[in-house]
Ligand binder design. Structure first.
Ligand code: SF4
Length: 328
């Protein structure tokens, strides 16, 4: 499927969903997290309410990859300014240097890449005095960066471009809107592109994770990012490389019609659930219990989730779920 056909197909299906909604939708952000949540437990996704539909905002876990990419882009830009090849980054030093640059006044000759959404969040967190959160973010981002270099090697592969990172050493963001007036934003969350974008494709998208996930989620992730990437770039990638830093694993998934169709399904699925939410909001009748119940804000209102967690051998928050013993 070429990207033009994919764009027309997804835009048409999204337009149908929007036209059938009980009320106009506003600000529907379709990234991997929303796609995964809408597919795994629609009830939970719909229950996130008004705050859940746009960009979800930064948290220490979500910010780790973005901080790692921004710090790496900053590291490369500094070396470019000094007209020398970038040395292999020392992860925590690179993160700290980038965070310090965010808080420093502008200087002549300083890379201008510090402006970014995650950079603004780090600066605000610092100004709020929340150094504990910043330390947690730096630790996870350092782990992300260490794994990135471990799996992809240093120097980075030829024709390598960082994605979704600020500055001249990267492409700032991969977004697609079905049309100018659409409330829907589709965001490709790939970390890097390898190879040049040509009409024939021939490039790969890289998705780097700190740790491994199950193989089902791995294919789901590749499907979503390949479709979102094809929509945003205008050419489908030839493959998606999914990596895990802690184990050094890397899996290449070729992009074919089936993978793109699966990704398109997930993208349209988010908008569909958002349209259903206008009428029904959270409804435990659509609950799909899984390990996600352990961390779900809706658990108190969700009998299927409670039932799943009450089964033998379930854990919650790192501790086994125990039944309360009667007094005496
Ligand atoms: S508790 Fe589980 S089943 Fe219920 S809404 Fe949350 S994730 Fe879904």
């Amino acid at each position: 499927m070429n990207a033009g056909r994919l764009r027309a197909d997804v835009a048409g299906r999204i337009a149908d969903v929007l036209a059938g909604a009980a009320a106009p939708l506003t600000d529907v952000y379709v990234g991997w997290t929303a796609a995964h949540e809408a597919a795994t437990c629609p009830a939970r996704y719909r229950g996130q309410g008004e705050d859940g539909w746009g960009f979800p905002g930064w948290s220490p876990v979500l910010a780790a990859g973005a901080c790692g990419r921004a710090a790496l882009a900053h590291h490369i830009a500094r070396a470019d300014l000094a007209r020398r090849p970038p040395p292999m980054p020392v992860p925590l030093v690179a993160i700290r240097t980038w965070m310090q640059a965010l808080r420093s006044p502008p200087e002549p000759g300083r890379p201008a890449e510090e402006r970014s959404s995650v950079g603004d969040w780090v600066r605000e967190t610092w100004e709020a005095g929340d150094t504990a959160t910043l330390a947690a973010v730096a630790a996870t981002a350092g782990r992300w960066l260490a794994g990135f270099v471990r799996v992809l090697g240093w120097p980075l592969p030829p024709q390598f471009t960082l994605l979704n990172a600020p500055g001249p050493a990267a492409v700032p963001s991969l977004r697609w809107h079905p049309d100018k007036a659409s409330p829907v934003t589709v965001a490709c969350g790939a970390d890097a592109r390898m190879g040049r974008v040509t009409g024939a494709g021939g490039f790969a998208l890289a998705v780097h994770r700190v740790s491994t996930g199950d193989d089902g989620a791995l294919r789901e992730r590749a499907a979503f990012e390949s479709a979102a990437g094809a929509l945003a770039i205008g050419v489908p990638p030839a493959s998606v490389l999914v990596t895990a830093g802690d184990t050094g694993e890397r899996v290449t998934l070729p992009v074919d019609e089936d993978l793109l169709a699966q990704g398109a399904e997930r993208i349209v699925g988010v908008v569909t659930q958002r349209a259903v939410a206008v009428e029904r909001g959270f409804d435990p009748a659509d609950a799909t219990p899984s390990a996600a119940c352990r961390h779900c804000d809706r658990l108190a209102d969700c009998p299927p989730g409670q039932g799943w967690l009450a089964a033998a051998g379930r854990w919650r928050g790192g501790l086994p779920v125990l039944s309360v013993l009667p007094p005496g």
